[in-house]
Design a protein around this ligand. Structure first.
Ligand code: FMN
Length: 170
């Protein structure tokens, strides 16, 4: 699949079949994350793959949605801030690095016919407890991964380019 086709096809999936995700597909998705760029190539990330029903149920304390907990796989995108590049003025970039890796995975999943959904509206401390995160690890986002249960309708609208692109200056 062309990258642009995957970009156009991707949409947030909030309903999953119980069908398992094949190991080959799962590792293809993770590989897409591994190959992502990161500031100064620090790769300050760790990805937790959750398939165990009990652990997924524990994650309900962090994000209480049936469609999320019932997906066959949940990937938790974590950052290791002390490994990440920082700008001279102290601005941290770990969130950007991990976000790029997650989006790479999401586009790879789209190519494989798998559904995903960015999740950021979670209780980080509840995730920490559920998957035993050390205190220096931060969670950037999670995504369920699985076969979409139904075809999505028309994609959500986006602002037109004319509204968001400026030339030469603000
Ligand atoms: C950083 C980020 C955080 C998001 N957090 C959530 C979330 O917690 N729960 C959810 O259902 N969707 C979440 N979304 C999905 C957005 O609502 C969705 O991407 C947006 O409405 C556009 O729809 P589309 O993904 O189908 O194109 C998040 C998306 C992004 C990029």
């Amino acid at each position: 699949m062309e990258v642009f086709t995957a970009i156009e096809k991707r949409c947030s999936i909030r309903s999953y079949k119980t069908t398992q995700v094949g190991k080959k597909d799962l590792y293809r998705v993770l590989e897409a994350g591994r190959l992502a760029p990161s500031a100064s190539n620090k790769q300050p990330w760790q990805f937790i793959v959750v398939t165990d029903k009990q652990v997924k149920e524990k994650l309900r304390a962090a994000y209480d949605k049936d469609w999320f907990v019932s997906a066959p796989v949940i990937i938790i995108g974590c950052a290791v801030p002390e490994e990440a590049w920082k700008r001279m003025d102290g601005q941290e970039y770990w969130m950007v690095d991990v976000a790029i890796a997650i989006q790479n995975m999401i586009l790879a999943a789209t190519e494989l016919g798998l559904g995903t959904c960015w999740i950021a509206d979670f209780d980080e401390e509840a995730i920490r407890k559920a998957v035993k995160l050390p205190s220096n690890i931060r969670v950037v986002a999670m995504t369920p991964l699985g076969h979409p249960a139904d075809e999505k309708g028309p994609r959500k609208s986006r602002k037109p380019l004319a509204e968001i692109v400026r030339h030469e200056h603000w």
